[in-house]
Design a protein around this ligand. Structure first.
Ligand code: CUK
Ligand code: CUA
Length: 632
């Protein structure tokens, strides 16, 4: 294979001497409780290996991750978009970006955030911070119905309908700041559990503002079908990542600040923190029995504060744990240590005994292998191996779970099998189907927070680097560097046969309920109406059709000062033929997909003639697809 014989000498990816220096410096910082743990390496132009020390991937990319023109990928990748507020859909292994799904953001291309329906869903809040994307499940694997994603910035959970690849619902999460880890139940589309990362006054109405001892955080259950909050459990510690088991009995949350600190030093004080385990049956029984309290506007709150009780047990794990991931066989929860160089393996079959009080919570920990400095997240291959992203070391560590358990029991075995360098400072990782019982061990992604010297420089703000790793070859091999606009946190990789999108708009769901209601009110048929309907002294609804290369109406008249809702229906019934509606000079632009309807409302203050046009290339006469609005 050409990948083994590069045509020019490749510098050593990791010069042992300079790397050792780098690690020592970082470790010293950590030991001193310094702030910028791990970031010492990031300010430099140079890679850890020093000048010129980039590790090219040679030509492996062609042979492994290459997907020929016209061919399809084997997997969908669903990437969170971080502070861009969106979701990105990639093809794996090519890493080609297939689509961006706007969620908690404004998207000029589609008009998301400006059109009437998305505006209603977003309630005017068009910035957000998506961290965790997870699909809905049935029987421990993806059922292809929904994607759920959190908004850390505004305590929301959005759902994407995978028939249309569009957001179809957004839930507000009560009493929550910094909504971070989320995870849907895996036995069926049931609850989606959501963690508040930031402890805050409960309720947040001006009381206890300056008394952090009274702050609390919420573990919230949102019904994945109705998208309504079902219950919350209030706990003392702040919760980071979330996971669910495969049976619907438990949910898990890592707690990195058991100290209840509000400054960095305080939060890093304790050497031990917790993995919270929530007992879903006990919580539901208490909710059904009315043993709830009201916090703010929400009356289904269970008070789980104060430690170990029938609702939540705390399993002690070392220093500031971050990720928690469940093995595909459903047996273990793997907690990545962040400020401890270890992963803690929790035996889920022992948790009933923990709740029963017959064993101590810590006795559920059955292994604690050393995996490297700064373990954050763990993926699985379905063959008994775990792959942990190691932030400070910039490596992915492959280790064997059974060997780790043996080592923990005193046997002289080494569970760490292999480490591969990634570039640089890896955050999340995931593997193909890793979060399902069908983990297949084909592709692993390392979502690296810094690309540094890997790409052409682009000013102070640079790309991140999502690296694709082939898990099937003898040694783990990085086969692709993928640019990522800041900052995707998490990703899941889903076999393509799990996803069955529609090819045209199916005109179902709450968006279309809204349009059909309007049409009934106005006595029109959306698919044929081309009319200006005055709704009030200053309000107008315009119905129009679009069919390449023209609108059903090319002249329309309104009055200066009117607020106009343009409702446009695409009556082309051809795949992949979107039109749009853009009214010049009025910040008014939206897409209208094949067989779909979209609407946008704008105020038209001034008299004059304004062209409107179709911004989506739809026909040889696309540029001619336009008309005039006369404002009298
Ligand atoms: S968090 Cu970002 S590296 Cu929001 Cu999932 Cu772990
Ligand atoms: Cu329709 Cu361009």
């Amino acid at each position: 294979m050409s990948s083994k014989t590069p045509s020019r000498p490749i510098p050593n990816p990791v010069d042992p001497d300079s790397r050792r220096g780098f690690l020592t410096a970082t470790a010293a910082l950590l030991g001193g409780g310094a702030v910028a743990w791990g970031l010492t390496s990031c300010g430099s132009e140079d890679s850890p290996s020093g000048a010129g020390g980039v590790a090219p991937v040679a030509h492996a990319e062609k042979s492994k991750a290459h997907v020929a023109p016209g061919e399809h990928d084997d997997y969908y990748g669903f990437w969170s978009g971080g502070q861009s507020g969106e979701i990105r859909v990639l093809g794996i292994p090519s890493m080609r970006e297939l689509k961006r799904i706007p969620v908690f953001n404004f998207d000029a291309a589609t008009g998301w955030g400006a059109d009437d329906w998305s505006k209603a869903l977003l309630k005017g809040r068009i910035s957000g911070d998506t961290h965790h994307v997870h699909l809905s499940y049935t029987d421990g694997t993806y059922d292809g119905r929904y994607v759920y994603v959190n908004d850390k910035a505004s305590a929301r959970l959005a759902r994407v309908d995978l028939k249309q690849f569009e957001v179809d619902a957004i839930a507000d999460i009560p009493n929550s700041q910094g909504t971070h880890g989320i995870f849907p139940q895996r036995h069926k589309t049931g609850l989606v559990l959501c963690n508040s990362e930031f402890r805050s006054p409960q309720p947040n109405d001006g009381r206890d503002m300056d008394d952090p001892t009274k702050y609390a955080a919420m573990h919230t259950a949102i019904d994945g079908e109705t998208m309504q909050a079902v219950w919350q459990v209030m706990v003392n510690g702040n919760m980071d990542l979330c996971a669910t088991d495969y049976e619907g009995k438990y949910s898990f949350a890592t707690c990195y600040n058991s100290e209840g600190g509000v400054t960095l030093e305080q939060m890093m004080g304790a050497d031990q923190d917790w993995l919270y385990v929530f007992n879903l049956a006990n919580i539901q029984a208490a909710v059904d029995a009315g043993k709830t309290i009201t916090v703010g506007d929400f009356d289904k709150v269970i008070d789980g504060r104060g430690g170990d009780n029938e609702f939540v047990q705390r399993i002690p794990v070392p220093k500031s744990p971050h990720g928690v991931n469940i093995t595909p066989d459903g047996k273990y929860a793997v907690v990545s240590g962040k400020l401890s160089p270890t992963c803690s393996v929790v035996d889920i079959s022992k948790i009933d005994a923990v709740f029963a009080g017959s064993i101590k919570p810590r006795d559920a920990v059955v292994a604690e292998p050393e995996v490297g400095l700064g373990p954050l997240h763990t993926a699985f291959d379905g063959k008994g191996n775990a792959y942990t992203s190691i932030f400070i070391d910039s490596v992915m560590t492959k280790w064997n779970i059974d060997l780790a358990i043996k080592q923990f029991n005193g046997e002289a075995v080494e569970p760490v099998l292999e480490k591969v360098d990634v570039h640089y400072q890896v955050g999340h990782t995931n593997a193909s189907m890793s979060e399902t019982k069908e983990a297949d061990g084909k592709w692993l992604v390392a979502l690296c927070k810094f690309s540094k010297d890997r790409f052409l420089p682009t000013g102070p703000l640079r790309s991140e680097n999502d690296q694709l790793i082939d898990m099937t070859s003898e040694k783990l091999e990085v086969v692709h560097d993928g640019t990522a606009y800041p900052e995707p946190h998490d990703a899941v990789i889903v076999a393509k046969d799990k996803i069955h999108p529609e090819k045209i708009a199916t005109r179902t769901g709450s968006r279309y309920e809204m349009y059909e209601k309007w049409a009934a009110e106005d006595g029109v048929d959306l698919k044929t109406a081309n009319e200006v309907i005055r709704k009030g002294p200053k309000s107008v609804r315009v119905y129009m059709t679009s069919q390449a290369p023209s609108y059903g109406m090319t002249e329309m008249r309104v009055k200066a000062g009117d607020t106009v809702t343009f409702v446009c229906t695409n009556i082309d019934n051809v795949e992949d033929l979107s039109h749009g509606f853009c009214l010049i000079g009025h910040d008014c632009n939206m897409v209208v997909n094949t067989n779909g309807t979209n609407s946008i409302t704008v105020k038209i203050p001034n008299k004059g003639m304004y062209w409107f046009y179709c911004p989506w290339f739809c026909h040889a006469l696309h540029l001619e697809m336009r008309g005039r609005l006369f404002v009298e």
